[in-house]
Design a protein around this ligand. Structure first.
Ligand code: FES
Length: 347
């Protein structure tokens, strides 16, 4: 579409028309934001090889949250990524966990991740010190950021990590945006300073479709728990996409209320696998050991194998990273975190 550079009156008189000026502004903004959709940029390659990285910096970002800056061991530029991407990080051999990239996609000298101490994988990451060597695969993006003139971001706790680069990019592109960031208490919520700097640089305009401040920090200690979906969606502009990352109840609340109020599309990323609903029990044979596992309706083969096979590798537990793939006796490979058919594994 070719747009006039100077807005014309809709009645053809040639004088500036405010409605037309707004329309042109919105389309121009949309075009600028469309740069994020990838049509004009070289595609981000999925890296299917190991990246040798070195821990360049370890920071304490909040209570129980470590921030790591990772660089290539030879100082080489790192593969490109876009907001929403993650890497599969192996802090030690045999252990792989996924972490969202939370730094600046334009900075190819380093990746930044924020890791809350929650279990074996994150404990291993927290034990890393400056100079430690780690490997990573990726980046991959299962939480893609779409072009839009307005956004609502909803983050819970460490769920801020994929949201942070989205906020930066939306702000830099001139989009109208608002972030609701929930957490147990402020001391446990990483990147608060960084967010306040972004908000100061890109304050909400009076004409904003979103009311109030750009960023609402919502610690449970101040506002009570749990935040309802309706509360989190307050002020969401009509039709704007909603990006949500955090604990499962928060995502369910946002999705449910968004559906009720027919708001914009909800894009979400979970920390943990969704509950199994309507599952059936099934049987898995371990051909080498001759054992048989009876997998109940509400559990996975991975759950059972984790209890009996030490060191079984897994990461996302949602079926998309491939870390838990194991061979079957027929030579196929199955992802045991999601596969729910009887199978004979070559284990
Ligand atoms: S753990 Fe990621 S696919 Fe199973």
């Amino acid at each position: 579409m070719t747009l006039p550079t100077r807005p014309l009156r809709l009645d053809g008189s040639g004088r500036t028309d405010r409605a037309m000026a707004s329309l042109i502004g919105v389309v121009a903004l949309y075009r600028r934001l469309s740069g994020m959709s990838g049509r004009r940029r070289p595609p981000v390659a999925t890296v299917a090889r190991d990246l040798p990285l070195v821990v360049d910096e370890v920071r304490r970002e909040a209570d129980g949250v470590a921030g790591l800056r990772l660089v290539h061991e030879r100082g080489a530029p790192l593969p490109r990524w876009r907001p929403g991407a993650h890497i599969d990080l192996s802090p030690r051999p045999g252990l792989v966990r996924q972490y969202s990239l939370c730094g600046d996609p334009a900075d190819r000298s380093a990746y930044r991740v924020g890791v809350r101490s929650l279990g074996e994988g994150s404990a291993a990451v927290h034990a890393l010190e400056k100079g430690a060597r780690v490997t990573a695969r990726g980046p991959r993006n299962a939480f893609p950021f779409v072009a839009s003139p307005a956004y609502l971001f909803v983050a819970g706790g460490i769920g801020i990590t994929p949201i942070l680069p989205m906020v930066r990019q939306a702000a830099a592109a001139g989009a109208d945006w608002r972030l609701v960031y929930t957490g147990r208490d402020e001391a446990s919520m990483p990147f608060l300073e960084e967010l306040s700097r972004i908000e100061a640089l890109f304050p909400a305009e009076r004409s904003s479709a979103l009311s109030g401040d750009r960023v609402w920090i919502r610690p449970d200690t101040t506002y009570g728990i749990p935040a309802s979906g309706a509360e989190l969606l307050e002020g969401a502009p009509e039709g704007a996409p909603i990006y949500c990352c955090g604990p499962a109840p928060m995502i369910v609340g946002v999705r449910t209320d968004a559906a009720l109020r027919a708001s914009g599309p909800v894009f979400f990323e979970r920390f943990s696998p969704p509950p199994i609903v309507g599952g059936e029990p099934f049987r898995v044979a371990l051909a080498r050991s001759g054992r048989v596992l009876d997998v109940p309706a509400d559990r996975t083969t991975l759950d059972l194998l984790r209890e009996t096979v030490p060191g079984i590798a897994y990461s996302c537990r949602q079926g998309f990273c491939g870390t838990c793939e194991v061979p079957t006796v027929t030579g196929d490979r199955v992802r045991i975190c999601v596969e729910r058919e009887p199978v004979s594994l070559d284990l």
